[in-house]
Design a protein around this ligand. Sequence first.
Ligand SMILES: Nc1ncnc2c1ncn2[C@@H]1O[C@H](COP(=O)(O)OP(=O)(O)OP(=O)(O)O)[C@@H](O)[C@H]1O
Length: 366
Amino acid sequence: MGSNRPDGAARGGDDETRNRPDAALEADARGQERGREPPAIDVDDLRLVYADGTAAVSGVDLTVPEGEFFGFLGPNGAGKTTTIKVFATLLSPTDGEVRVNGFDVQSEPRKIRESIGYMAQETSVDPELTAEENLKFACEAYGVPRGERADRVAELLDLVDLTDVADKRADEFSGGMKKRLDAATALVHRPPLVFLDEPTTGLDPKARNRLWDYFRDINDRGTTIFLTTQYLEEADQLCDRLAVILDGEIVADGSPAALKRRVGGEVLDLELDGGRSARDRAAEIAREFDGFEDATVTVTEEGVSVTAEAARQRGTDLLVALRDAGLTVTGFNVRSPTLDDVFLAITGEGLEADTESEILRGEVSR
Ligand SMILES: Nc1ncnc2c1ncn2[C@@H]1O[C@H](COP(=O)(O)OP(=O)(O)OP(=O)(O)O)[C@@H](O)[C@H]1O
């Protein structure tokens, strides 16, 4: 274990007077000096090009205020992990300015590492240690004062609901339990900012829900959270604000509700018999249908999905048009847009991707 640990954190473990790392205290002090807290994360034109020439992040601007639950969404390979690794000072930016807790990633990496928690995609839990031993080890690595360690470990075991299995080795744990333990180890030094890189990937819904409760809990206690996820529902449930990254660039940002509003209108989901050819034909009819202005039409696994201002008012007319064309509609539902629809719009299905990005940024009206 240890890949997630701040390499500057092993020092000073027996300093009984300190219960927060110097850097976290210093971050507070800096904020007070200026009469305000610095943002938890402040990024100006971040770029990162890997040695093989891959431009993973291409000009990201971002500010995350203290206390926010911020979500960073994007498909595989979009640049989420690369960005988070720059924030955690594990990768050096090619260009741009990045401050985390008021510290510069290039010149003050150690202070950043001491004032953040980082839950990486790969678990940092040591399978041969018990849950309690894992947390004790993390306390030592992060320099939690000796006199506080027992209470801190007990508190965190309770928080992530592992008190009953504190003496069990982590290799006996389920995936969800390991993730909860991993999340707890990222918090032993009470960092004001925590990075969670796809923390619930591969977990079943029950295990995911338990982690969500835990993340909400630490955010309610004042911890800023920067979460990357591929799960749109997770982002919708947890985040105050989101940014969507695609090919290394932020293409949309806002609260989940604002992003959904910008998709515009409502969504009409239709189920059809007759396989792919029937679905393609229905999509064609929906695109040509007079009642919808600027509709986004996508072929789904069951039928077609139509996003339009007049989806509710004119939906039944479309139904009639489809039946007149000899198609069999087996299901019909009108709903508000979800983040899935936002994502579908951003990734460009049914419309030019660039136009969609502009729509989501609010730069063009529909
Ligand atoms: N060490 C590396 N060297 C070269 N290219 C890399 C390296 N790591 C990542 N990449 C590439 O950089 C781009 C961004 O990858 P990154 O892992 O940041 O994306 P991601 O959004 O986190 O995706 P995932 O959800 O799959 O982790 C991808 O094209 C990826 O293949």
